[in-house]
Design a protein around this ligand. Structure first.
Ligand SMILES: [Fe+2]
Ligand SMILES: [Fe+2]
Length: 306
């Protein structure tokens, strides 16, 4: 029986629908149907990735370790997975980090688009983002922002590729602040004119940092626009309305929401109702009303616990 006799549903090792290679990871999409993706992945030794349910997501993820060794970093000491071990995630609320201890091959089945795979090469940005949070006394902000931005993005019907860029942009929205002197970041009120001139550069500095990685080019463009205002009075460019990327308009709303609902050094967190009222008041001037509407829906749906 020759090659011609092979039915279409039998595939050979090395065949795939599409392939991407990013940094320390190579992914082959083997099959895709009904919203389910089946992937083969090679994760190079030392690379890290995480799994999480970035929205109120009812789906599931399954990872079967074909070869190599993975460490689950959420326990101390890390829990090791060997070939034949597998991961099943369904309605797991928290993010789970893994690191490849050796070059590892995985079979990965997901009913969520695989945007949450993180390459080792973004580690430096994660560390910068964490440092900025510490300096601004707003710990956990980036992850909360990312999670909620994705929910809002989904609510607005963004396709998976754009959700991926949104996820990166949310997580790294303030990496440009690493170039702002620490004393300035630590006194967010009572800023001098000179301080402000420095701070106003941070979106463009963030764009410059991120666009050094080709897969973050689009996220970089988003980051630069996160302080634009819907009415055109924002910075750095004074873009207006739909000139501003939708992802940036989403981050602007969610960023404000998270900052308002967090305790800050100079004030207590606003109540949920107060924060939502502030957002409504800014709809059409600072914020895109459509995005504010979507956030309200998301928050309401989650019972205000987002
Ligand atoms: Fe910012
Ligand atoms: Fe922020």
């Amino acid at each position: 029986m020759g090659e011609r006799a092979r039915p279409g549903f039998i595939r050979k090792r090395g065949e795939f629908l599409s392939r991407t290679a990013k940094g320390n990871t190579e992914i082959h999409l083997l099959a895709k149907a009904e919203g389910v993706e089946v992937m083969w992945q090679l994760v190079k030794s030392g690379a890290m990735f995480y799994l999480d349910s970035a929205q109120d997501w009812q789906g599931f993820e399954f990872i079967y370790l074909l070869s190599g060794k993975l460490a689950y970093l959420g326990s101390d000491p890390p829990h090791l997975l060997s070939p034949g071990d597998y991961i099943v995630r369904h309605l797991v609320p928290e993010r789970s980090w893994f690191r490849a201890e050796e070059d590892s091959e995985l079979l990965y089945v997901s009913s969520q688009p695989a945007y949450h795979l993180v390459q080792g090469e973004i580690q430096e940005f994660l560390e910068i983002a964490r440092q900025v949070e510490v300096d601004e006394q707003l710990e956990g902000h980036s992850y909360r922002l990312q999670r909620l931005a994705l929910q809002v993005g989904e609510e607005l019907g963004l396709p998976p590729e754009r959700l991926a860029d949104l996820a990166y942009a949310a997580l790294f929205h303030d990496v440009g602040k690493a170039r702002v002197p620490r004393e300035v970041l630590r006194r967010p009120h009572a800023l001098s004119q000179k301080d402000w001139e420095i701070i106003r550069h941070h979106p463009s500095w963030g764009r410059e940092e991120l666009e050094r990685k080709s897969f973050l080019k689009r996220a970089a463009a988003i980051v630069e626009q996160t302080h634009e205002r819907f009415d055109g009075t924002g910075y750095p460019k004074g873009l207006k309305g739909e000139e501003i990327l939708l992802e940036a308009r989403i981050i602007a709303v969610v960023d404000a929401y998270d900052a308002m609902t967090s305790d800050r050094p100079y004030r207590r967190a606003l109540s949920l109702d107060q924060a939502l009222a502030e957002l409504r008041a800014g709809a059409g001037t600072q914020f895109d009303p459509r995005v504010v509407e979507a956030l309200l829906k998301v928050v309401k749906r989650s019972g205000g616990t987002t």
